[in-house]
Design a protein around this ligand. Structure first.
Ligand SMILES: [Zn+2]
Length: 95
C-alpha cells in the first residue's frame, strides 16, 4: 500500500488514465496508461516507467508552435465584432 504524497491520507490505487499534452507542436493523447490514483484527493501519477517510454516515443513536451499561424484562432479573433458568421470557409473562398 502506498500513501498519497499529496494529502498523506489516501491510498494510491492502480488506475488507467489518458495522457494528453503538446509534443513538438502536435497535441498527443495516449489512452490506458498505467497510473496511481489517490482514493481521497484524486491526485494522480502516471507510472514513471510508462511515462518515460511514452516520452521516448513522442519526444519532449512543448508548447504549440507559435511561429505557425493557427487559422481558427486568428480568424476567430479578427471576426469577434461580427461573430455571428456561421461560415468558417468564407476566408478560404476569397483568399
Ligand atoms: Zn491524496
Amino acid at each position: 500500500m502506498r500513501t498519497c504524497p499529496n494529502c498523506h491520507v489516501g491510498t494510491l490505487r492502480p488506475k488507467s488514465v489518458t495522457y494528453a499534452n503538446w509534443h513538438v507542436g502536435q497535441f498527443v493523447t495516449a489512452p490506458n496508461l498505467p497510473a496511481w490514483s489517490c482514493d481521497v484527493c484524486a491526485w494522480r501519477q502516471i507510472e514513471p516507467e510508462a511515462l518515460n517510454r511514452l516520452l521516448w516515443l513522442i519526444g519532449p513536451v512543448t508548447r504549440p508552435a507559435l511561429s505557425q499561424p493557427r487559422h481558427t484562432l486568428t480568424s476567430t479573433d479578427e471576426r469577434r465584432p461580427d461573430s455571428a458568421d456561421p461560415d468558417p470557409d468564407r476566408d478560404r473562398q476569397t483568399a
